[in-house]
Design a protein around this ligand. Structure first.
Ligand SMILES: Nc1ncnc2c1ncn2[C@@H]1O[C@H](COP(=O)(O)OP(=O)(O)OP(=O)(O)O)[C@@H](O)[C@H]1O
Length: 387
């Protein structure tokens, strides 16, 4: 969709900002450009919407050499989100969001209707925020408006330059997650500049790691973390890349343990006996529909004895995650709820539990898979234990 072919940019003062860049962003893919300040990320991005012209090489968009496309028409196909957002201070949020559709000649009513839809999509109620002015919004809300505005004319391509850079880390993580959800439905081709490797790893389908003016590695987050192509990349992703890997390794059914299970409405005595036989100290408790309710300890069941049901003494389980969530989220849930394990659900069905030992095992398996270049599911567990 976006293709850089041996692109270089030397500024008039002789600064070589980008040197012989070649890579391709596939349609619907989110690619993060990450690297230290001044390495040429913004220059790369601005050559896509022709705010900057390359000195040599070509940039292609959907097969067209963009140097032959009228810049104004080109930019209609490309949404642009920048850190400072750049909202017009004297226009309402609704009008700000409707800027591009209005510019390209949509009827005012249609442009505003679309703007309201987009505000809703990024989590801002248009009836509340639409009439406000930019100064009446928080930084995070302004960033959301920036995204809504970029999407308003439904361009196939989005360029985002540090889009979540100006907000605190908590809001930033929320905006990142919201954007990923949005991207899962709108499937734009996205180039996103960041200097934060965590953000690059979390957001990118692929990452371009920049050295000075050059791409040192262009690969999936797991591969960049697992097999840094050069010592520079290894240093840039950091010694704690094992930890970062938690963000990109997902929980799979094979990672789960199957503890004893009790039903909410079954007699406590029967459940207590089962646990005794199995030598287990606790059981997961499900409701009649097989959905997770919580957990119960063997001791508590013994106390209830013959008189009651499991439901009389079961505790709710707050620490749960869906299958497919990153290990980092499971780990976060364990810490937040001070839990020794976290329940994993598949839709509304209970799928098993992830324990710290299993989490570690999953992580090792993912490292091992990358080291050998084979899919995670095909790694023999023995090789993990030996590693
Ligand atoms: N108009 C310009 N004239 C001369 N040099 C420039 C110009 N714009 C950028 N540069 C230089 O080109 C290099 C790459 O800049 P660029 O803005 O692409 O980097 P970046 O990776 O986006 O950095 P940052 O993360 O700090 O925004 C830097 O050395 C910068 O000083």
């Amino acid at each position: 969709m976006i293709r850089f072919e041996q692109v270089s940019k030397v500024y008039p003062d002789g600064t070589a900002a980008v040197d012989d860049l070649s890579f391709e962003v596939r349609e619907g893919e989110l690619v993060t450009l990450v690297g230290p300040s001044g390495c040429g990320k913004t220059t790369t991005m601005m050559m896509v919407n022709r705010l900057i012209e390359p000195t040599s090489g070509r940039v292609l968009l959907a097969g067209d050499d963009i140097s032959a496309v009228d810049p104004v028409r080109l930019r209609r196909r490309i949404g642009y989100v920048i850190q400072q957002v750049g909202l017009f201070p004297h226009r309402t949020i609704l009008d700000n969001t409707a800027t591009v559709p209005a510019l390209i000649g949509w009827k005012r009513s249609k442009a505003r209707e679309r703007a309201a839809e987009l505000l809703d999509l990024v989590g801002l109620d248009p009836s509340v925020y639409g009439p406000r002015y930019p100064a009446q919004l928080s930084g995070g809300q302004r960033q959301r408006v920036g995204v809504a505005r970029a999407l308003a004319a439904d361009p196939p391509v989005l360029l985002m330059d540090e889009p979540f850079g100006a907000v605190d880390p908590v809001v930033r993580e929320r905006l990142q997650n919201e954007f990923l959800k949005l991207q899962a439905t709108v499937r734009k081709t996205v180039l996103m500049v960041t200097h934060d490797i965590e953000e690059a790893v979390r957001m990118g389908d692929r990452i371009a790691v920049y050295g000075q003016g050059r791409v040192e590695q262009y690969d999936t987050p797991a591969a960049v973390l697992g097999r840094p192509a050069t010592p520079y990349v290894a240093e840039f992703v950091g010694a704690d890349r094992g930890l970062k890997r938690l963000s990109v390794t997902t929980i799979e059914p094979a990672d789960l343990e199957q503890p004893p299970v009790a039903r909410l409405d079954e007699p406590a005595a029967g459940a207590a006996e089962r646990l005794r036989e199995e030598g287990a100290r606790w059981a997961v408790v499900l409701n009649g529909g097989g959905e997770l309710h919580g957990w119960v300890s063997a001791q508590a069941l013994e106390r209830v004895g013959g008189r009651g049901t499991v439901g009389d003494t079961a505790r709710r389980m707050e620490a749960w995650v869906p299958v497919g969530a990153p290990l980092k989220r499971a780990f976060g849930e364990m810490l937040q709820h001070d839990a020794g394990w976290v329940a994993v659900v598949d839709g509304s069905r209970f799928a098993g539990v992830l324990t710290p030992a299993k989490l570690h095992e999953a992580l090792r398996r993912s490292v091992d898979a990358d080291a050998h270049g084979i899919p995670r599911g095909e790694v023999e567990f023995d090789s993990v234990a030996d590693a």
